[in-house]
Design a protein. Structure first.
Length: 259
């Protein structure tokens, strides 16, 4: 076995200094599906709106990634960045997909993490997801995420920003990444907080942010809360497999991927 993508090759645009997306995708992906990353250092949204907001243009990192994904014959290209969708707002996902499609081969399907999470929630019949976001996301970004969900028909009853372990206390959200939290995350405390804070009227849990290490606790959360769980990377893998025509049951990472 050499992890050759003989069923599908998926290209991921990910934050340049993150390790979580690739790790989680490789853990979840079915046999015969390979994952290939293009790293992005641009500000959100990665495909900026045009001045008249009638379309989006690609950042240089995205354009370079499109060329790389063309060379490796990727079946799907995922703009795997929740924040870009939240900051971009209504209509941005579609504009970004169109911009990506213009620079990718006709056979490569483009998508965004925001679109993938929305489709996943809809597939599960969710209308009221409990929104959980990483500790490093600002108050403004949490507000943008809630507004994004509301604009697309989801009424989140509450939002929770993960509270990191004591050693990270006192560091503001924008200082957590530089301090090293991206590679030092604790899924046990995340699980405890989600179970404790989930409101009774939430019909699902949405863990947004592709850099949030969380897929290892999906099954435990679904069992503890008796509600479906959607995570950023899980949702984009689910959508990418559909787009690539890969019919595969994936066990261990929630009902969404079990089908």
């Amino acid at each position: 076995m050499d992890n050759w993508g003989d069923r599908a090759r998926i290209g991921l645009f990910i934050v340049g200094r993150e390790v979580v997306p690739e790790a989680e995708w490789w853990a979840m992906r079915p046999a015969g599906v390979s994952v290939h990353a293009a790293r992005v250092t641009s500000a959100s949204p990665w495909a900026p709106w045009t001045a008249d907001r009638t379309g989006a243009g690609l950042s240089p990192d995205l354009s370079r990634g499109c060329r790389d994904f063309t060379a490796i014959a990727a079946d799907v290209a995922v703009l795997a960045h929740s924040s870009s969708s939240f900051v971009g707002g209504p209509g941005w996902d579609e504009a970004a997909v169109a911009a990506l499609a213009a620079e990718l081969p006709a056979g490569t399907i483009a998508t965004t993490n925001g679109l993938d999470m929305r489709l996943a929630l809809a597939a599960l019949g969710s209308k009221r997801p409990f929104l959980v976001m990483p500790a490093w996301m600002s108050d403004a970004l949490v507000a943008s995420a809630l507004a994004y969900l509301e604009a697309h028909g989801f009424a989140a009853p509450a939002a929770w920003r993960y509270r990191p372990l004591d050693k990270w206390r006192g560091i503001p959200p924008d200082g957590l990444y530089p301090a090293g939290m991206a590679t030092d995350q604790d899924t046990g405390s995340l699980f405890d907080q989600v179970v404790r804070e989930c409101p009774a009227d939430a019909d699902s849990i949405l863990l947004a942010g592709t850099g949030l290490r969380c897929v290892a606790v999906i099954e435990a959360l679904e069992k503890a809360l008796a509600r479906p769980v959607v995570t950023a990377n899980q949702a984009s893998l689910w959508r990418a497999l559909q787009a690539a025509g890969v019919d595969a049951r994936v066990d261990g990472y929630g009902g969404l991927l079990r089908g």
